[in-house]
Design a protein. Structure first.
Length: 59
């Protein structure tokens, strides 16, 4: 005698495959976007990492 169909298991399998496909598609989109943006997506202004000089001699 054959087993009766397990709808919940079949649905979980379909949902799992759908989620994996969606994740792979999003990863591909992210990779393509990164390629379009190039290596430096945020331009740095010159001297932005240096703090402005402070005057400690206020006499």
């Amino acid at each position: 005698m054959a087993f009766k169909p397990n709808y919940n298991q079949a649905r979980a399998d379909r949902d799992r495959v759908k989620a994996q496909k969606k994740l792979a598609k999003q990863q591909k989109r992210d990779d393509d976007a990164a390629k379009r943006k190039g290596p430096s997506d945020e331009p740095q202004s010159p001297g932005a990492d240096e703090a402005p000089p402070t005057d400690t001699n206020n006499s």
